[in-house]
Design a protein around this ligand. Sequence first.
Ligand SMILES: Nc1ncnc2c1ncn2[C@@H]1O[C@H](COP(=O)(O)OP(=O)(O)O)[C@@H](O)[C@H]1O
Length: 811
Amino acid sequence: MKLAETDERIKTAAQEKVRVELLEEQLEKLRQEMVSPPPESDGYVLALSKEIETLKIENLSLRNDIETLKSKLESVENTDERVVVLEKECSGLESSVKDLESKLLVSQEDVSKLSSLKTECSDLWTKVESLQLLLDRATKQAEQAVLVLQQNQDFKSRVEKIEESLKEANVYKESSEKIQQYNELMQDKVELLEERLEKSDAEIFSYVQLYQESIKEFQETLERLKEESNRKEPRDEPVDDMPWDYWSRLLLTVDGWLLEKKIGSDDAESLREMVWKKDRRIHDTYIDVKDKSERDAISAFLKLVSSPTSQGLYVVHIAAEMAPVAKVGGLGDVVAGLGKALQRRGHLVEIILPKYDCMQYDRVRDLRALDTVVESYFDGKLYKNKIWIGTVEGLPVHFIEPQHPSKFFWRGQFYGEKDDFKRFSYFSRAALELLLQSGKKPDIIHCHDWQTAFVAPLYWDLYAPKGLDSARICFTCHNFEYQGTSSASDLGSCGLDVNQLNRPDRMQDHSSGDRVNPVKGAIIFSNIVTTVSPTYAQEVRTSEGGKGLHSTLNSNSKKFIGILNGIDTDSWNPATDPFLKAQFNARDLQGKEENKYALRKQLGLSSAESRRPLVGCITRLVPQKGVHLIRHAIYRALELGGQFVLLGSSPVPHIQREFEGIEQQFKSHDHVRLLLKYDEALSHSIYAASDMFIIPSIFEPCGLTQMIAMRYGSIPIARKTGGLNDSVFDIDDDTIPTQFQNGFAFQTADEQGLNYALERAFNHYKKDEEKWMRLMEKVMSIDFSWASSATQYEELYTRSVAKARASPNRT
Ligand SMILES: Nc1ncnc2c1ncn2[C@@H]1O[C@H](COP(=O)(O)OP(=O)(O)O)[C@@H](O)[C@H]1O
């Protein structure tokens, strides 16, 4: 703009210049005329000289103007020069910007390389850490074995000494009555010591086994890691680096095609086998056809089909619960935990569940309904069932949604409906129908508790004759308190023959000739019967503990065994638990303190003294759990100077009301809080925050909370019953080897019994902080994973399948 303005001014100046020149011409003319004036008058000359004067003045002013313009022109020229300089600078800057941009691009590439290096590095760290853990575990077990060996030596030399004294005593035996008594006493002692010797031999053996297993595991992992780092995987190696979710999704895709009749059952079988073996070819094909049409995908998959034979077992769990999607209690944890552990050991595991409306759908991945229905029989008619598939915790799950007018699983709750017997006998039959219609050939069908106990008689009476005959049936009873008895006529709805089954040696309940008992049926009709801990397996074989089934169990004792449950150490891991304020582990307990502080703050409890012991309790509030002792523990812990947090709810109205009363009483108390609800996230925070954990059960088939508590460094105070007796060992009981001592146990289910254990726990906590820390570290390092229980199940399955194959005609 400025340049335009200056241009304009230059033009005006040029015009002015022309005008000045014209005027100067005129002036010259006039001067000429003045020198030789015309003959006209003097007046004219005067006028002319006046005009000349005026012109002179005008001329002067114009000259001034020209000067001013000239100087302005100079300044404009200066500005132009500056503009040129600035333009040069600008282009210089632009080229350096370009330079910088290219440098930025290079450094961005470097950053992305760096981040992938970082992930690789952190992967390697995790592997190294897990190796370190394995090594630590193996070393610990070796140390424990050495300890037990030493004790054993000790016992041996003591026994030898006693035997010597016994010999000596024998010499004087006849001579004195006193010596006789002494002898008897010694005999008793010898027996006791021999017993302990035997026990410790067994312990040593189990430790040596454990140690060997750990070493083997360690070496295997080491080998695998070595191989991984030394080679690119050849084509015939299985694909090990894809998550279980991926394989389960693939499996369900094949199942879907089979059920939708898009592929035949033999092809489906072969494809499933390949998925099961994590075959690289099926993986590569899947990647190739991922974005293609379903038809193309199917034909690419079918090209792969060959019939390899497999080493592993094909196990189908039919259950009413599975954590975390449909969990009421321990059953849900077992189905998921055992399923995952078996899957890791190379078996093909599938789960069949009802499709409840109140499930946690956000924990199911890739849920979709199949484009087909499965019809199943009930009350004399055929009903359609919609089949949904999805993966839960990496396991493939089929969900059955009955199209029955009673809307069996649209009740807003899992159990507690008037027609539970109908709901679950319907489901049991529909699940078998699904297996039959999809042409599956499982090796093991594993059913759980009374809800799916119907599977056992249905299988042998109806489905084996229809061709679903490849399987052995395993039944696990998680709690003999719940047997699901009903009037005999109800049994007919799912197609079972009431006349055949309502007999004392079959499903008839011991209480009445007109009632049937599904649990009894499953005990009789299954090939394998298990319960969830060795002690409970003993207890239920007595008339006090068997809830009417002790004689059935005793007459089927050959196939009945107790296997202690494990816990899912992935979900229950304080080192990675996303629900916690701070993660922690046995080597770094700082986070535990932080969780205690955070929970106290969250619940409005006093944080004044960090060393005030916090007692936790997470439970269903039912008589089995010793509710009167839980109530007593709240008051006693308070008297002893502790804090108490209870998380639980009750399906029993009067118990729920009673605890609501206590909740009100302590509503804004500094040291006690009751939370009468089910809350998964809060349960994690309580395990992590508490110093002690109370489980005063009247009976406890297995119990998971004591194991979870220990994994989070909370010391259990438990009654010696069932699985508690198999997992909590008193630290003041010197008949128990020190390496096993891990908590406080009491025998009698009364207030004195509980006080005894609670008070000792408080004393230990207050007396020696350092010792308590060591105890926490110890309990956190105990291996409660499913690994060893899954191995026991695997052995049972394998033995049963082998037996069936050896004599195919037996059932
Ligand atoms: N109110 C609750 N909120 C959250 N989790 C709970 C609650 N009550 C029980 N649990 C969980 O349920 C499981 C209980 O298993 P277990 O000890 O075998 O008892 P049971 O199966 O007899 O209920 C544990 O995982 C425990 O954390």
